[in-house]
Ligand binder design. Structure first.
Ligand code: MN
Length: 496
């Protein structure tokens, strides 16, 4: 399967000790089982939670964490100290643990049982106490983890666990992302470049280049029958257009799609970059073909932008299987509307915008590219959904990576754009265009972004933290004075 082969699960590990007697430990186990059962029944969590026997000794903690490490389907561990659990017991296990960690700071009862509370109850239900002891050692050991606080039945708490699960799967899956580069980066372009060795060390990404004609050979070898079958599928999208006018151009994209996909599958790549200036034997710049591949879940970056390709792939994995997902795509900042009160950025690309973000049904058009020297490529044309979203840009600052995350509000443009033959979106960056764009430029953000409606800035920031890289947020709270200070301080915080 393209998205992920694994059926990920999360382990629920409860901490305690044997100081309080067997009856207390029986309650601890019973409570934890109920919490796990209710979390799974909530219907909100994208992955299953699995109850594990209560952890009360150094040996068991160490053994459990190591079992979690080697279990391919375990995407992370959720820890909770029901009673007091002396935190030195956790040191060796935590030291050896290599997967995402969530500290659920909850307790079994919601309310203090005023009429009946006695010291037995206090000893049995002391997460406020035990979770602080545990939290201390995790902080002292400088281990990256998520802390979620509140009663386990609270929908807000369950929602936070659900959202973290997607981040955790992003952390786990990052090292399975392999990017196929068709040719090199666009000449002289700086922001799409970067250190691929460091990217593999930090994120686990494998980024390989192929001569364009090696892929063009796969395109050439696609059987005519397969191309015709796909063109027929495309034509379902066409509605009322004259088939002859488009058929030839559309068939070229169908052939590219099939040839590229065979190459990607055969060589196990999940993301792709192309470059309009290096097309070899390809008859058209891959447009419609790339749009369809992105819609299937492949990452994409244009002009050799492998960082964006990997990020789009990552975000597609993180949103996999999401109900009512609104879409994830590469985007490019193109042109502004600077009319007061109507400020925003028109987003698009030459061709390659993922139709998952489309509002309604896209149309196929064949138009000149006005760049390069190939025949007119077919592409899907649409405008995008409205609502909140995030635009992210991963940049290489020479000594480190920085992830810039901007909350944006997607809107409809005021009027149709009948002469614009590409997929597009229009958004106003938070806190407003002037501040958002100024902060973006100060942070060194690119013109290409990995964009999604379906993840939050917090999820992407948590992913960056787990990767050990810098993340900066541009959102409703951003002021330029504070943002500049943050960048200045981060220079020191990330110095090595
Ligand atoms: Mn571009």
């Amino acid at each position: 399967m393209l998205m992920t082969e694994k059926k990920y699960k999360f382990w629920f590990c409860t901490g305690s000790q044997d100081l309080y007697g067997d009856e207390c430990l029986a309650h601890v186990a019973e409570h934890a089982k109920i919490i796990v059962e209710k979390l799974n029944e909530s219907g909100v969590l994208p992955y299953e939670v699995v109850w594990k026997p209560t952890l009360i000794t150094n040996e068991l903690i160490r053994k459990t964490f190591n079992e979690a490490n080697i279990d391919d389907e375990c995407a992370g561990v959720i820890t909770w100290m029901h009673t007091f659990s002396p935190a030195k017991s956790w040191i060796l296990g935590l030291q050896e643990f290599r997967k995402p960690l969530l500290h659920l700071h909850t307790q079994f009862n919601m309310e203090i049982p005023y009429d009946t509370i006695d010291m037995d109850f206090m000893n049995e239900n002391q997460s406020a106490h035990g979770d602080r002891e545990y939290g201390h050692i995790v902080s002292r050991m400088r281990i990256e983890r998520k802390v979620v606080v509140g009663h386990w039945s609270d929908p807000v708490v369950v929602g936070k666990i659900a959202s973290w699960m997607r981040t955790a799967v992003g952390i786990m899956e990052s090292s399975h992302i392999r990017v196929m580069r068709v040719a090199d980066n666009m000449r002289n372009v700086a922001v799409t470049e970067g250190d691929k060795v460091e990217a593999q060390i930090k994120f686990g990404w494998e980024v390989d280049a192929y001569p364009v004609n090696e892929i063009a050979d796969y395109v050439k070898d696609v059987a005519k029958g397969d191309v015709d079958a796909l063109v027929d599928e495309y034509y379902i999208l066409l509605e009322g257009r004259d088939p002859e006018e488009f058929k030839k151009h559309v068939a070229v994209q169908a052939q590219i799609e099939l040839g590229f996909e065979r190459f990607l599958k055969e060589k196990n790549y999940q993301a792709i970059v192309t470059h309009f200036g290096d097309l070899g034997a390809l008859k058209q710049l891959p447009g419609l073909a790339i749009q369809r591949l992105m819609e299937k879940g492949y990452g994409f970056g244009a002009e050799g932008d492998w960082k964006t390709a990997a990020m789009v792939r990552l975000m597609k994995i993180m949103t996999a299987g999401m109900k009512d997902a609104k879409g994830t795509s590469m985007m490019e900042d193109y042109t502004y509307n600077l009319v007061p009160g109507k400020e925003g950025i028109l987003q698009s690309h030459m061709l390659e915008v993922c139709p998952s973000v489309a509002d309604g049904k896209p149309a196929i058009k064949v138009c000149p590219l006005s760049m390069g020297e190939r025949e007119d490529p077919a592409r899907l044309v649409f405008t995008s959904k409205t609502g909140p979203a995030i635009a992210t840009s991963l940049v290489d600052l020479g000594d480190r990576f920085r992830l810039i995350i901007n909350d944006v509000d997607c809107k409809k443009v005021e009027k149709p754009m009948p002469k614009l033959p590409v997929g597009s979106a229009f958004w106003t960056p938070q806190p407003d265009l002037a501040t958002g764009a100024e902060a973006w430029i100060l942070a060194g953000g690119a013109h290409h972004t990995a964009f999604t409606y379906d993840l939050t800035a917090e999820q992407m920031g948590d992913w960056a933290a787990a990767m050990g890289i810098e993340a900066v947020y541009i959102d409703k709270d951003t002021t330029i004075r504070n943002f500049k200070n943050e960048l200045r301080w981060n220079e020191i915080a990330f110095r090595r």
